[in-house]
Design a protein around this ligand. Structure first.
Ligand code: CO
Ligand code: CO
Ligand code: CO
Length: 319
């Protein structure tokens, strides 16, 4: 990606250089447009749930920027010769239902014939240019708040080999189809320093993007991190998604694990998430109020998992 031409338009508030969740483009002094595109391959058999997960995942990048979504377009790959059109209809319905929950409509899109189904949304949002929450402005002393449990990659892998307990499957589906809307609204109300959502690069990968872009380090406390039920057991049965190993490689030089941690901790913390929670960097004096607002907003799982440290080499230390 480093080979691509530099972005020079002064209206670009967030572009490609900080690996953020969405692009932000200033239209007026009081208005910026926020845009993101994301699509995934099926992680569950049920087409409606797949559509709902993909849409939740796509809209999340708008919430992670502190923005408000206004509309979406669908992007679809579908094997029309192999699967009944009813399946496609259910995928789209699942997506539309989540968009509606986010207060928006899917007002267009594009479908191509494809070997394997793929689905996601292009989502457009708006935000005041001064209120954008990037991943590049975490401050030393901030607390790190995570708003969903992790482990969806491990559960999704266990589903494929039919080793996932029903309880874990249900929890993972709930996690993946819960919009980050309520969490984002609480965060915007409180005012925070930085945010990203936890998706394909795993908790450590997205935390690294934040610490690297912000020029800071972080401490993370394993025992504070919420984990989907049964995930540790699946890990000890060596159920590890393909993407985990490249995620571990990606963060390796930036992360130090305490000697006392279980060996598979790094696989959990590098587990690629689908539609994960927000990872919020909040000034310590506002942590209490943010936790209170998250609870009031009905966010089911959230925790303070660590803090931002002064570290010119952007080291993440896991205890
Ligand atoms: Co994101
Ligand atoms: Co994304
Ligand atoms: Co962000």
């Amino acid at each position: 990606m480093r080979q691509l031409p530099e972005i020079f338009d002064p209206k670009v508030i967030v572009g490609t250089d900080t690996a953020d969740d969405a692009a932000v483009y200033k239209l007026r002094d009081d208005l910026a447009v926020v845009q993101t595109v994301d699509y995934i391959t099926p992680i569950v058999d049920d087409p409606f749930i797949f559509g709902a997960v993909a849409a939740t995942n796509s809209i999340s990048d708008i919430y992670a920027m502190g923005a408000t979504p206004i509309f979406a377009l669908s992007i679809v790959g579908f094997p029309a010769k192999k699967l009944p059109v009813k399946v496609l209809e259910q995928i789209l319905q699942g997506g539309i239902s989540k968009a509606a929950e986010g207060g928006i409509q899917v007002i267009g899109g594009h479908t191509i014939d494809d070997e394997e189904p793929k689905y996601g949304l292009v989502v457009t949002g708006i935000v005041h240019p001064d209120k954008v929450i990037t991943n590049a402005t975490a401050q030393v002393g901030d607390d790190l708040i995570l708003t969903k449990p992790i482990g969806t990659g491990i559960v999704n892998t266990a589903i494929k080999v039919e080793m996932a307990p029903e309880e874990s499957v249900q929890e993972a589906i709930k996690v993946m189809t819960t919009l980050n809307r309520a969490a984002a609204e609480a965060m915007v109300k409180v005012g925070v320093n930085a945010c990203t959502d936890v998706t394909g690069f795993g908790l450590l990968g997205h935390l690294h993007e934040t610490t690297h872009a912000s020029g800071v380090g972080a401490n993370v406390y394993l025992s504070n991190i919420p984990v989907i039920a049964g995930v540790w057991e699946m890990l000890s049965d060596w159920i590890i998604p393909e993407g985990t190993h490249s995620n571990v490689e990606f963060v390796k030089e930036w992360v130090e694990f305490d000697d006392d941690l279980p060996e598979d901790a790094e696989f959990l913390l590098a587990d690629p998430q689908t539609s994960g929670g927000l990872l919020i960097s909040v000034p310590k004096e506002k942590t209490e109020i943010l936790l209170e607002f998250l609870a009031d907003a009905g966010v089911e799982t959230f925790a303070c998992i660590g803090e931002i440290t002064a570290d010119a080499n952007s080291k993440i230390r896991v205890f």
